[in-house]
Write a protein of this length. Structure first.
Lengths: 524, 260
């Protein structure tokens, strides 16, 4: 079969240089970053391509800028929506003179040119709207302190506490820049997840938050956006960015995606985001209606508008989502079991080998422990250049995390197994192999199994993060729910994940009792 | 000569060490040690911890390799045997018994004959248990932790004897027992030796125990043999001040137990 594939591809190369045949992958991978507007644009790209008969593989909610862009330049994904300001500051790590930065078209031209030169990544013409950072306060706070501009805010800064996303706090075009340009120094700055930021603001826990100018949630909470009177924020024009492979080989796809260029504006985006983030409409439906109203997709009443289910109780909601949740749970379990099995197959022999050469045992185990301290998101991001996005890098990362507890359990379990008994077994003529199989491993079994249990529970938890690199699983609704401030969506992933962790732990607890040495089993 | 040929008869074998020197990294554990133990007799190795008595014992079943010198059993150098075969033919009882905790008592006792591939391993284990005064029907099906300390040491002794070894090594086998249990197990061992002559090397720090059980006593100090002889020899003609002190301490400890 491999031979046939080889021959076919070989012939087609000789016959004609058809890019689509040369490409190993047929479906176009359309991705997004994990926030509402990005999901929506991703879905619009996907439906637009599908309406022209092009197969699409959706990977919404990839990590953040670093992961999405790394995946794009490695051809692991083909297209996702990005913003020129982000491209300039967070990807190119560049800056522009003030006069240049004030002109959106010149920023776009510069970013597009540099991205193509440096990464081979291409920016399609802008979609037609900007989504810049917006600093927001409640109307009551604005009225009380007479706040209209960021200069006003800086004046009152010392009396205010801020709740900003971690992204904003860390970025040069975020808090650092505001402090430099406006001398804004809030009394306290709390890093807050997007999902809780607005609740924190309206409940009075913080006085000021960062948001996006097209953010549907700004409208939901009736917040006031302060004017950037010194033009600090660069233009953030939205555009589709496409991978080097796609730019090289699929002019047809580029052409179709280009149909959206210039067709969206800020008022429209704000309204669309609001429908998704505030009214709880599905991203799929909003994208479909928008494409139809823009005349890009033929009007077909294929499906009746689904009744807004925001009033459904949580159990009803979960029941309605049961097939989705079941599918995600199975994928999650698949990730966990494959990673765990591979880890057991490597870690148990490794633990045994280390016990026989103890000089290198400590350094090796410490090295594996160090992997444990790498934040999961960072580890997942490291996988992308070599392994792309999807299931494989997620499995490798989960496997790496699972190694440590199992190696340590095996090593210390075998090392510490009843030394008197092990020595007597040697002195009475058991061979090394007999001692291992008949004495040391049976006595170490509880420690090995408890290592496997720890690894399993860690893996169930960490696997939720696999959604950030498009591997699916129960992290998908969690990431989407956090981005859309939809707690039901979060729970629809988090609850099954918690149940799964308990189940896996329970099954392994049973296994632990079965492998326990006879004398311990009897007492239990 | 193969281990099988030498050991097969089940008869006790003589033991000798010739000019044995053992070094551990930067310390010298044994210096020029030579002893002879006639077949069927019992020799006690006595000394403080660090005197080298356990090291000498471990040279016999090759858990320790001397730097120089020869160790032989029945006239054959221990290095001439396959190491696992040698160990299966030399009985060994460590201080804490070293029973396999996950095996039932009878299986523990049958370990060595089973390793030797004897078809009647279980039968041999049952005989050995009876020999040390444990009813195999009553105790054989228990796990070691279900026995008392004295019973566990008897099982360890039965395990060491089940394959009728040519030489028996006892490393302070009664040391971890309380006084009454110790006297009890010592008595069992004494009775056993009258039924079953087995060449025995007994490591102990208790001179009274050595006097009770051994035909000859070898006093070790800092890796050297201080004196060899019977208890009467040591008492009447101590060759060094150390031996004299050892004897007088043992006597005063014994007399303090006599009711006034």
């Amino acid at each position: 079969m491999g031979l046939v594939v080889f021959m076919v591809s070989g012939m087609s190369v000789r016959a004609q240089e058809t890019p689509a045949v040369l490409a190993p992958r047929t479906a176009i991978v359309v991705a997004s970053k994990p926030f509402g507007e990005s999901y929506l644009l991703c879905e619009m790209f996907a439906q637009l391509l599908e309406s022209r008969g092009i197969a699409v593989d959706r990977k919404p909610g990839l990590g953040a800028t670093e992961i999405a862009f790394a995946a794009l330049r490695a051809d692991a994904i083909d297209v996702y929506p990005e913003y020129t300001g982000t491209g300039l500051l967070a990807v190119l790590h560049d800056s522009l003179t003030d006069s240049l930065a004030a002109d959106p078209r010149r920023v776009y031209a510069y970013v597009a040119q540099r991205s193509a030169e440096v990464f081979g990544v291409h920016w399609l013409p802008p979609l037609g709207f900007q989504n810049t950072y917006a600093i927001a306060v409640t109307r009551q706070t604005a009225a009380r302190l007479h706040l209209h501009t960021l200069t006003d805010l800086a004046r009152e800064g010392r009396s205010l506490s801020a709740g900003f996303t971690a992204d904003f706090i860390g970025r040069a075009d975020g808090l650092h820049g505001l402090a430099r340009v406006y001398r804004l120094e809030p009394r306290t700055v709390r890093p807050l997840a997007p999902a809780v930021k607005y609740q924190a603001l309206v409940s009075g826990a913080v006085d000021v938050v960062d948001g996006y100018s097209t953010d549907g949630l700004l409208a939901r909470y009736d917040l006031l956006t302060l004017v950037d009177d010194r033009h600090f924020f660069p233009p953030y024009e939205a555009a589709a960015v496409v991978s080097p492979r796609l730019a090289r080989t699929r002019p047809d796809v580029i052409g179709i995606l280009g149909l959206l260029s210039g067709r969206l504006d800020e008022a429209l985006m704000r309204a669309l985001n609001r429908r998704v983030e505030v009214d709880g409409e599905s991203v799929h439906d909003v994208a479909a209606l928008t494409l139809r109203s823009l005349g890009l997709v033929a009007s077909r009443r294929t499906q009746p508008v689904v009744a807004n289910d925001t009033r459904a109780t949580f159990p009803e909601y979960m029941w309605a989502q049961r097939s989705t949740i079941t599918g995600l749970t199975l994928r999650h379990l698949e990730l966990v079991l494959v990673a765990l099995l591979a880890a057991v197959l490597v870690a148990v022999p490794l633990g045994l080998a280390l016990e026989r050469s103890r000089v290198i045992a400590e350094p090796v185990i410490r090295g594996l422990g160090a992997i444990q301290t790498v934040p999961s998101i960072a580890l997942l991001a490291f996988m992308i250049p070599a392994l792309g996005v999807g299931v494989v890098p997620a499995l490798v990362a989960l496997w790496l995390y699972a190694l440590f507890p199992i190696v340590r359990g095996t090593y210390s379990g075998v090392r510490d197994a009843d030394p008197d008994a092990v020595e007597a077994a040697e002195a009475l003529g058991m061979t090394a192999r007999q001692r291992l199989l008949q004495v040391r491993l049976p006595l170490a079994a509880p420690a090995i199994m408890s290592g496997i249990r720890t690894a399993a529970v860690i893996t169930v938890g960490t696997a939720t993060l696999a959604a950030f690199i498009g591997a699916g699983g129960l992290g998908e609704p969690i990431v989407a729910g956090l981005s859309l401030a939809d707690s039901r969506l979060v729970l629809s992933g988090a609850l099954p994940a918690a149940v799964l962790a308990l189940l896996v732990d329970g099954v392994l607890a049973l296994a632990e009792r079965i492998v326990a040495p006879a004398h311990r089993r009897r007492r239990a | 000569m193969t281990a099988t040929a030498l050991f097969e008869t089940g008869a006790p074998l003589s033991f000798s060490a010739r000019a044995v020197n053992v070094h551990f990294r930067d310390t010298i554990a044994l210096r020029d040690v030579s002893i002879d133990v006639p077949a069927g007799s019992c020799a006690a190795l006595i000394g403080e911890s660090g005197s080298g008595k356990t090291t000498l014992l471990r040279c016999v079943n090759r858990l320790v390799s001397p730097r120089t010198g020869d160790i032989s059993i029945g006239g054959a150098d221990v290095r001439s045997f396959d190491v696992a075969q040698l160990r299966r033919r030399v009985g060994y009882v460590p201080q804490h018994g070293g029973l396999l905790p996950h095996w039932r008592v009878l299986r523990n006792a049958a370990l060595v004959p089973a390793l030797l591939g004897n078809a009647d391993a279980i039968e041999a284990a049952r005989r050995a248990m009876s020999l040390v005064g444990l009813d195999p029907d009553r105790y054989g099906n228990r796990f070691p932790h279900e026995l008392s300390g004295g019973q566990r040491q008897r099982v360890a002794l039965a395990r060491a004897l089940a394959a009728t070894p040519g030489v028996l090594l006892l490393d302070e086998p009664f040391g971890a027992l309380d006084a009454i249990t110790r006297a009890d197990v010592q008595g069992a061992f004494e009775r056993l030796r009258s039924d079953l002559p087995v060449t025995t090397l007994l490591v102990t720090h208790d001179l009274a125990e050595a006097a009770r059980l051994a035909d000859q006593i070898i006093v070790l100090k800092e890796g050297r043999v201080e004196q060899r002889g019977t208890f009467v020899d040591l008492m009447h003609a101590p060759e060094t001040a150390y031996v004299e002190a050892l004897v007088s301490r043992a006597i005063s400890a014994a007399s303090s137990l006599v009711p006034s």
